[in-house]
Design a protein around this ligand. Structure first.
Ligand code: LHQ
Length: 260
C-alpha cells in the first residue's frame, strides 16, 4: 500500500505504519488522519498482517492536531472533525482483532498521546514524552483519552495529567504501568520489530479474543465478564492454534501457530 503522507511496510506478518510529517512533529492534518484510517482498515482485512506497529518519523511520535490547519478551519465544525478524523481511528484500533503496538519514538502530545493510549501495548524510546496538551490551548482530551486514561492510571492521576498538561517522561509512564518497555532511542525500532515479529507468530485468534475480552471488561461487572470469558474461551478452544499448542506441548516440540 502506498500513501501520500504515512509510510506503510509489511515485514514477516508485522505491518508498520509510520506517521510522516516530521517537520510538523507528525501532527495530524486531514490527509494523515484519513490515511491512518485506511491503513488500519487494510490491517483489519489482510490475513497476512498479524501484528500492527504505529510509530513516527523523525524526533516526534505525533503532536496531535495540526494547529495551523485547526485555526484555518471553521470552529463550528469541531464535532464533525472529531467524529470523522479521530473517533474512527480509536474505534478501528480497538476493533482490529490483532495486537496494535505503539512505538513512541519521541514526543506524543494531544491526540498523539491518546493515539498511543488506545493501542494494546506501548513501548517507548528513552527520550519519549507524553503530554495531555489539550488544556494548554483550552481544549479537553479527545481521541479516547478521557475513557482510557482514568482506567489506566486511576481517576486522580488522570485528572492531574489532563488538567495540568505537563510532560510525562517514558520512565514515569513505565512506573504508572502505561509503558510496557523502554528502549535506548537508537534501539527502539529493532526492539519493537522483535516484539512485533514475536507477536505475529503467536495464536492471532487468541490474541484477538483477549483484546475483545479486555474491551468488554472495561464496562462489565464480574458476572457479565464471566459470561464473556465462557463464550470467547469456546471460540479460542475451537481454533487450529489451540489444537497445535496442546499437541506441541504433549509432543515436547515448539508449536507452529498459523493464526487460525
Ligand atoms: C506543530 C505542532 C502542531 C502544527 C509542533 N501543529 N505544528 C481536536 C479537535 C479540534 C481541534 C484541535 O485538536 C484536536 C485534537 C488535538 O490534538 S488538540 C492538541 C494539539 N496539539 C498541541 O497542542 C501540541 C502543540 N505542540 C506542542 O506543544 C509542542 O510542539 C510539543 C510539546 C509537541 C513539542 O515541543 P518542542 O519539542 O519544543 O517542539 P516545537 O514546539 O519547537 O515544534 C517544532 C515544530 O513543529 C514547530 O515548527 P517550526 O516551524 O517553528 O519549527 C512547531 O510549530 C511545529 N509543531 N506541534 N500540533
Amino acid at each position: 500500500m502506498t500513501f501520500e503522507i504515512i509510510g506503510f511496510d509489511q515485514v514477516e506478518g508485522v505491518a508498520v505504519i509510520t506517521l510522516n510529517r516530521p517537520e510538523k512533529l507528525n501532527s495530524f492534518n486531514q490527509t494523515m488522519a484519513y490515511e491512518l484510517q485506511a491503513a488500519l482498515d487494510h490491517c483489519m482485512d489482510d490475513r497476512d498482517v498479524r501484528c500492527v506497529v504505529i510509530t513516527g518519523a523523525g524526533r516526534a511520535f505525533c503532536a496531535g492536531q495540526d494547529l495551523e490547519e485547526a485555526i484555518a478551519a471553521d470552529a463550528a465544525d469541531i464535532e464533525e472533525h472529531v467524529e470523522t478524523k479521530y473517533n474512527p481511528i480509536v474505534r478501528k484500533i480497538r476493533a482490529i482483532k490483532k495486537p496494535v503496538i505503539a512505538a513512541v519514538n519521541g514526543v506524543a502530545a494531544g491526540a498523539g498521546a491518546n493515539l498511543a493510549y488506545c493501542c494494546d501495548i506501548i513501548v517507548a524510546a528513552e527520550s519519549a514524552k507524553f503530554i495531555q496538551s489539550f488544556i494548554n490551548i483550552g481544549l479537553i482530551p479527545d481521541t479516547g483519552g478521557t475513557y482510557f486514561l482514568p482506567r489506566m492510571v486511576g481517576m486522580h492521576k488522570a485528572t492531574a495529567l489532563m488538567m495540568l498538561g505537563e510532560k510525562m517522561t517514558a520512565q514515569e509512564g513505565k512506573d504508572l504501568g502505561i509503558v510496557h518497555q523502554i528502549f535506548p532511542d537508537a534501539e527502539l525500532m529493532d526492539g519493537v520489530m522483535g516484539l512485533g515479529k514475536r507477536m505475529a507468530a503467536m495464536p492471532t485468534k487468541g490474541l484477538g479474543l483477549i483484546k475483545k475480552a479486555i474491551n468488554m471488561s472495561l464496562v462489565h461487572d464480574l458476572d457479565q465478564q464471566l459470561e464473556v470469558e465462557r463464550d470467547l474461551q469456546g471460540r479460542a478452544g475451537r481454533t487450529y492454534d489451540n489444537a497445535e499448542g496442546i499437541n506441541a506441548f504433549l509432543e515436547k516440540r515448539k508449536p507452529v501457530f498459523k493464526g487460525e
